[in-house]
Design a protein around this ligand. Structure first.
Ligand code: CP
Length: 323
């Protein structure tokens, strides 16, 4: 893709639901090119040379923050990572003021993780520079869904007609919501499964199958995506004990045998070994969990590149992509 053929016109990436399938596929096309460059001995590209990316993370993160930082550095951007407890947010400064000060400091892109659903959407209206959502409350985690779909596409070639089961704490999961939108857009049949307290029937309104029967949810699935219990967002208990959850919905070797023989096991991380998944299974050759992490770099390179390009309003990037 070049600026003479700009399918991608957005300065921000907030959520998957507002993207067209063509836009999602445009991100994958760019990510594939960037992934290819990751195999070279010199991995750095000059595409964002002279730009500054600020990672503003107001919730804990390992994979997303590091992947965005690596992605920006691979594109030759300067990167500043700010975590909330070391910023002036602790002195009462608002998110809007923080972001406007980051813009006044001539940063070029803000990557935001925030505990409040809607925070990145609120911010994009209030700053002129790109805002990229790195996870907001239980609402959306668009780059996670993109890297998950990218990993599935690498394995299966297409998601048309594929059966993907998302198992676990769906109610409090931004990963589940973004994946439901993304996988459905790409033609997959999505089942969400787990206890009824964490997988309300209302999710069927998003066009997915809701199942509280683990065997039914796993039989014939091409992939299962496990989600941990997100205690940090739960204000009351949704099942008697973790032990009981594991005994009813944890993935173990016996239950994994219900999947298709070539099915893959996914997890966005962090894993709670022995709770939602047996440790042995997480490390088995059916698991693509670390492939997902690696693909997170290429996807975030693509998103940073495309949003920065769009923000230039038709101007050419300083260097052609990709070299
Ligand atoms: N998958 C994910 O968002 O992981 P982190 O919270 O470690 O970034």
């Amino acid at each position: 893709m070049t600026h003479s053929d700009p399918i991608w016109q957005r300065k921000d990436l907030i959520c998957i639901e507002e993207l067209t399938r063509i836009e999602v596929e445009a991100i994958f096309e760019v990510a594939r090119s960037f992934k290819h460059t990751m195999e070279r001995s010199v991995k750095k590209l000059p595409s964002l040379r002279g730009r500054t990316v600020v990672n503003l993370f107001m919730e804990p993160s390992t994979r997303t923050r590091i992947a965005f930082e690596i992605a920006a550095k691979r594109l030759s951007a300067d990167v500043i990572s700010m975590i909330s407890n070391t910023s002036s947010l602790t002195k009462g400064e608002t998110l809007k003021d923080t972001a406007r000060n980051i813009e006044a400091l001539r940063a070029d892109i803000i990557v935001l993780r925030h505990p409040a659903s809607g925070a990145p959407n609120y911010l994009r209206e209030r700053v002129g520079i790109p805002v990229i959502n790195a996870g907001d409350g239980a609402h959306a985690h668009p780059t996670q869904a993109l890297l998950d779909a990218f990993t599935l596409l690498e394995r299966f070639g297409t998601l048309e007609g594929k059966r993907i089961t998302i198992l676990g704490d769906i109610l409090f999961s931004r990963v589940a919501r973004s994946n439901i939108w993304c996988l459905s857009k790409l033609g997959a049949h999505v089942t969400v499964a787990g206890p009824s307290t964490l997988v309300p029937d209302g999710f069927s309104r998003l066009g997915v199958t809701v199942s509280h029967d683990l065997r039914q949810a796993l039989e014939g699935a091409d992939a299962v995506m496990l989600l941990r219990i997100q205690h940090e967002r739960q204000t009351s208990t949704h099942f008697p004990s973790l032990g009981e959850y594991t005994s009813m919905f944890g993935l173990n070797k016996e239950r994994a045998a219900w999947l298709r023989p070539d099915a893959i096991i996914m997890h966005p991380g962090p894993i709670n070994r022995g709770v939602e998944i047996d440790s042995e299974l997480a490390d088995s050759n059916r698991s693509v969990i670390l492939e997902q992490v690696t693909n997170g770099i290429a996807i975030r390179m693509a998103v940073l590149y495309l949003c920065a390009s769009a923000a230039q309003r038709g101007g050419e990037m300083s260097q052609p992509f990709p070299v």
